[in-house]
Design a protein around this ligand. Structure first.
Ligand SMILES: NC(=O)c1ccc[n+]([C@@H]2O[C@H](COP(=O)([O-])OP(=O)(O)OC[C@H]3O[C@@H](n4cnc5c(N)ncnc54)[C@H](OP(=O)(O)O)[C@@H]3O)[C@@H](O)[C@H]2O)c1
Length: 285
């Protein structure tokens, strides 16, 4: 199986293309990251999602080099850490991200969190700094993560560039549909983080019944739900069999009833596994 034959690409609002399925590396220890990334690339993944906060950008770069796959064939995303929102700090942090990866560009660079209670609520100057990285070509595309609708409205009011993506928590227990709908209306693609809710949705009886009926695993059913809703996903695993399983989601389709049954599992705010972006203010030491 190759990435070319299986994984659809979506077109971003700046004309660049992104593979709809990737591999996430959150919580993969730095010394295990290169091996996991290499395994994912050998299976066929061509999109890796990392962040400075994950402390494993160096492992991502190493894994790509170890795999023998050309840098140009792999879509690499990283993110600005929370302590670096001031423009000069963001410039230094972006240089360090490229240095850690060992590449002279990233395909996509994101503001990791809006942090509206910090920096006097100013993420606009941070976004304008990311616009510089896009202009100089070191970030092919730029986007945001964990932005609520009102944060996106503020960027739309005060800046020139519409984010290419908004990477937000989405899974059947937290469908986050209002933020997704804003994205659809404003050419911002949604990237769904924790797409299987770190495993929490896999034991849901509705997921289990659909999986049994169509002869696929619970994880495959949930990842397919994301794909058919048009979102970008990058499940994380350090287990080779699961990395393979999560890649094999392009040889079946869900029916409308199955999509609806999964969407109806939404618990609203109670379904979040992660922090609320309106109050999250964590700055790593
Ligand atoms: N922007 C943000 O703020 C943000 C926040 C969170 C995540 N993310 C991104 O989204 C990516 C994915 O989210 P995530 O890592 O939080 O969670 P996830 O992908 O929803 O779930 C990962 C967990 O599920 C297990 N798993 C994976 N595939 C499985 C399968 N087929 N069957 C059973 N269990 C399976 C993994 O176990 P093993 O590894 O032990 O196999 C791991 O414990 C991250 O890696 C990161 O790139 C971004």
């Amino acid at each position: 199986m190759t990435a070319d034959s299986q994984v659809p690409s979506l077109t971003l609002n700046d004309g660049n293309r992104i593979p709809q399925l990737g591999f996430g590396v959150f919580q993969i220890p730095p010394d295990e990251t290169a091996a996991a990334v290499r395994t994912a690339l050998e299976i066929g993944y061509r999109h890796i999602d990392t962040a400075e906060m994950y402390q494993n950008e160096a492992g991502v770069g190493q894994g790509i080099r170890d795999s023998g796959v050309d840098r140009g064939e792999v879509y690499v995303t990283s993110k600005l850490n929370n302590g670096f929102h001031k423009p000069d700090d963001a410039r230094r942090a972006f240089d360090k991200t490229l240095e850690a990866l060992g590449f002279d560009y990233v395909d996509l660079f994101l503001i990791h969190w809006p942090l509206p209670t910090l920096y006097d609520g100013d993420f606009v100057s941070t976004w304008k700094t990311l616009e510089e990285f896009k202009s100089d070509g070191r970030a092919r595309s730029i986007g945001v993560s964990n932005f609520q609708i009102h944060h996106l409205e503020e960027l739309a009011r005060d800046t020139e560039t519409v984010p290419a993506v908004n990477q937000i928590e989405v899974h059947p227990y937290f469908t986050n549909d209002a933020v997704r709908a804003y994205g659809i209306d404003h050419t911002i693609l949604t990237e769904a983080w924790s797409p299987i809710a770190q495993g929490a949705v896999l034991t849901d009886p509705v997921v289990g019944q659909i999986a049994q009926k169509i002869g696929k695993s619970p994880a495959q059913v949930v990842l397919r739900w994301h794909i058919e809703r048009g979102d970008i996903v990058f499940p994380k695993s350090v287990t080779t069999e699961r990395i393979k399983e999560n890649f094999e989601i392009f040889d079946f389709e869900l029916g409308d009833d199955e999509i609806d049954a999964l969407t109806e599992l939404d618990k609203g705010e109670a379904g979040r596994t992660g922090p609320n972006p309106d109050t999250f203010d964590y700055i790593p030491k």
